[in-house]
Write a protein that binds this ligand. Structure first.
Ligand code: SF4
Length: 359
């Protein structure tokens, strides 16, 4: 499958009071044509910063790409001038933000906000842009589109505003749509409608979606592949089936165990992940999850684990997957075959192994 977007060893830093804050650390992933990749993680894990780095929208002058490359359609877009990046943004890469009220201009009518991009990127005349805008409003499910064209954002409900944001992002048929928590500010029924609409439009337009979310329920519904981020790093990546059925990283286990299931028969108790993520100011020598991980060994605190691949698509950064690790048992709750008798405490709870052996 052809890669539309490739991110190689991306590092993003913010300058704060003479200190450098490492928001994204050595992040690599790709998005295939016509697929949805979800980046999932807690607040502050670096997922939105990664999205903004791809869009060339890091807050200036504090945020900058310190290392790595971002290739979009085989072109390294970190090398582009502001002007060239502006041409790509909105025409080839569209973005939907979490809060449509803050991404829409409250002083401009909705129709103008959509047609502005069409005139700028597709060089349409005013009347052609107007017709296309009305079509787009209909496409994203806005009733009475011709009259709604003339209204301001405050005259729309939250769900309708998010539909308008999606219409703006899709106006020029972008190859890639970056959706940053697109349903977080909406109630559950509207969330489902927006997700269904995004999936239908993706099929219709043949775009790829990079979905940023903290919600595993959303991931299961729309994504084909998932990258799990923690403290600025990708700690596990795989297909939706890999992540939900065969997760290999304790942080992914924690996320899954703390996510409510909509299965009425489910008797499972939700187990929160204890503790908080490390400060982005801190320099972390070992695994960033070590302070919260019930499986942590000495080696985890001292040495950063390498990414280990299980299949072409599935990999994780955890010492438990190293062949020299004492043992590795995915907790039985995640095994497909629930009849498995091996419901014992993994040997990896042992903390007395020798860190030197892994260096
Ligand atoms: Fe836990 Fe160690 Fe794996 Fe990090 S490397 S997730 S601390 S077991």
């Amino acid at each position: 499958m052809k890669h539309l977007l490739e991110v190689h060893h991306l590092n993003v830093v913010f300058r704060s009071r003479e200190k450098e804050l490492q928001a994204v650390r050595d992040v690599s992933f790709h998005v295939n044509e016509r697929e949805t990749l979800a980046i999932v993680g807690e607040s502050g894990s670096g997922k939105s910063v990664t999205a903004r780095a791809i869009m060339g929208m890091l807050p200036s002058p504090y945020g900058r790409i310190k290392g790595g490359e971002i290739h979009f359609q085989q072109r390294n877009i970190t090398q582009l001038s502001k002007k060239d990046m502006q041409k790509i943004r909105g025409s080839e890469i569209g973005m939907v933000f979490q809060d449509p009220m803050s991404s829409l201009n409250p002083t401009m009518i909705i129709g103008e906000q959509i047609s502005e991009g069409l005139r700028q990127h597709q060089k349409l005349s005013r009347s052609a842009a107007r017709d296309k805008t009305v079509e787009l409003l209909k496409l994203v499910g806005i009733p009475d589109a011709a009259n709604r064209y003339k209204q301001y954002p405050h005259e729309f409900s939250g769900g309708m505003r998010q539909r308008v944001s999606i219409a703006i992002a899709l106006a020029c048929n972008p190859k890639l749509l970056i959706a940053d928590e697109p349903t977080t500010a909406l109630d559950v029924t509207i969330q489902a409608q927006i997700l269904d609409m995004l999936t239908a439009l993706q099929e219709q337009m043949g775009s790829s979606i990079l979905l940023i979310t903290h919600d595993l329920g959303v991931v299961a519904e729309v994504a084909q592949r998932v990258a799990v981020m923690y403290a600025g790093m990708i700690v596990e990546t795989g297909t939706v089936e890999d992540i939900f059925d065969r997760p290999k990283h304790p942080y992914t286990w924690g996320l899954l165990q703390s996510t409510p299931k909509l299965d009425a028969n489910s008797q499972e108790r939700l187990i929160p992940i204890e503790g908080t993520p490390p400060s982005l100011h801190a320099s972390i020598a070992g695994c960033p999850f070590a302070a919260r991980c019930p499986y942590a060994m000495n080696v985890c605190v001292e040495h950063l684990p390498a990414s280990i691949s299980f299949t072409e698509q599935h990999s994780a950064r955890c010492w438990l997957n190293d062949p020299r690790s004492p043992a590795l048992h995915t907790p039985a709750v995640f095994r497909r075959d629930k009849r498995s008798p091996a419901l014992h405490t993994p040997a990896v709870f042992r903390r007395d192994n020798d860190a030197e052996a892994y260096s």
